[in-house]
Design a protein around this ligand. Structure first.
Ligand SMILES: Cc1cc2nc3c(=O)[nH]c(=O)nc-3n(C[C@H](O)[C@H](O)[C@H](O)COP(=O)(O)OP(=O)(O)OC[C@H]3O[C@@H](n4cnc5c(N)ncnc54)[C@H](O)[C@@H]3O)c2cc1C
Length: 368
């Protein structure tokens, strides 16, 4: 059996680990867990109406959203983990009509969009009583994912398959015929293959191996409110006009987020500025301000982002036994499972059929 170490246990790392062929590989996942984006995330899976011009990114996000059908089946995800809640896109009337046209156009190559409905102001407020009456577009195929619950479910399945978890930071060094992984409690272990799926920390991890990864940390904060709306689990996600969104989960849990802070490094402190920023961006869409006086706590995580805000995933030019994936930015819940699956296919079968999804690796990574 060959040995493979997965460095980073977020959405890519755990999906990859679960799709690896455990008749061929002994799999070990190292995960420090600090600042993890997956468990801090908002949970929106609805990429179709993005105005981003990067076609490769759109193809990846579109296929990533559709890939959830397989993920739900393969990992038996309950609706508390992944639910096709639908997404409401809130815009001014004219813009809503334009977006409806775009949605119809995109649906030709993205059937996962599902039904597309223009809602009147009254219908919007009926779907989500927190919202004030305003026109919206309902995208039936939009979904929400509880990132933390997803990882818990995948970890349970992985442990049952004999995959080992080491909750520690790991560093990797090249040896003559193997890679040595070092962590403080577990010490040194040798591996034949390495998958780096450690978000914005990729840069530090690749430095001793002679590569420069052009990836940076972005701080994201969101607010988790506990309300008495027992039916909130049935409400659609509301994508507001601007940077804030409203994501309802079961039993009155309502998320509002998230911030995109590019100059905070790996800082994980919640800030009152984030609260007032999110409040200011969200209040114009709410029927009343009461949500913001409910009990709440913060979630803070670190996204990885690149110069063009697009992800990259590939094997390293001079080290094909090492695969890397990072830079998933704000849409990593949408693209992460498909990326994990494609990397697992690379290790299992040697296939790297991923050019349609990304620019060349040299855009994101250099040999030092
Ligand atoms: C506030 C917020 C809201 C978001 N909302 C959405 C959303 O609504 N929709 C969407 O599609 N995306 C969203 N995202 C983006 C998405 O969460 C991320 O892009 C995605 O989770 C990244 O997954 P990952 O596996 O690459 O990294 P992560 O989930 O960050 O996992 C990387 C793991 O590697 C570990 N690690 C790092 N270095 C080491 C090391 N040397 N050794 C061991 N472990 C290490 C880290 O501790 C971490 O646990 C959001 C992100 C944030 C922060």
């Amino acid at each position: 059996m060959k040995k493979i170490a997965v460095i980073g246990g977020g959405i890519i790392g755990l999906t990859l680990a679960n799709y690896l062929d455990t008749t061929k590989f002994t799999v070990t996942v190292y995960d420090e867990g600090l600042g993890q984006a997956t468990k801090a995330s908002a949970g929106i899976i609805s990429p179709w109406l993005s105005k981003r011009r990067n076609q490769k990114w759109y193809t990846l996000a579109r296929d990533g959203a559709a890939f959830y059908q397989k993920v739900v089946r393969d990992f038996k995800l309950e609706p508390t983990v992944y639910k096709k809640s639908g997404t409401l896109i809130l815009r001014k009337s004219q813009e809503v009509a334009e977006l409806a046209e775009l949605a119809l156009e995109r649906k030709k190559t993205a059937p996962a969009i599902g039904e597309i409905q223009l809602l009147t102001a009254g219908e919007t407020a009926e779907r989500n009583p927190l919202l004030k009456p305003q026109p919206s577009l309902l995208i039936d195929g939009g979904a929400r994912l509880d990132g933390k619950a997803y990882l818990q479910q995948l970890r349970k399945i992985a442990v049952a398959k004999g995959i080992q978890f080491i909750p520690e930071k790991a560093t990797v060094q090249r040896k003559a015929s193997a890679y040595e992984v070092l962590s403080s409690q577990t010490g040194k272990k040798d591996f034949d293959f390495i998958a780096f799926t450690n978000g914005p920390h990729l840069q530090n991890s690749l430095d001793p191996l002679g590569y420069l990864a052009k990836v940076r940390p972005q701080k994201g904060q969101l607010l988790v409110f506990q309300t008495n709306f027992s039916a909130s689990g049935n409400w659609p996600v509301a994508m507001l006009d601007g940077e804030s969104d409203l994501i309802p989960f079961e039993n009155g849990k309502i998320l509002v987020g998230a911030t995109h802070e590019n100059n905070q490094g790996f800082d994980l402190e919640p800030t009152p500025v984030a609260f007032s920023d999110l409040q200011q961006k969200t209040l114009p869409f709410l029927a009343e301000a009461a949500l913001f006086s409910q009990p709440y706590h913060y979630r803070v995580g670190t996204r990885a982002y690149t110069d063009d805000f697009a992800p990259f995933f590939n094997c390293l030019p001079a080290d094909p036994a090492i695969a890397v994936a990072s830079g998933l930015g704000s849409s990593g819940l949408t693209t992460g499972p498909l990326i994990g699956f494609l990397l697992a296919k690379y290790f299992n079968e040697g296939s790297n059929d991923w050019q349609q999804y990304q620019k060349p690796l040299t855009d994101y990574l250099a040999v030092k």
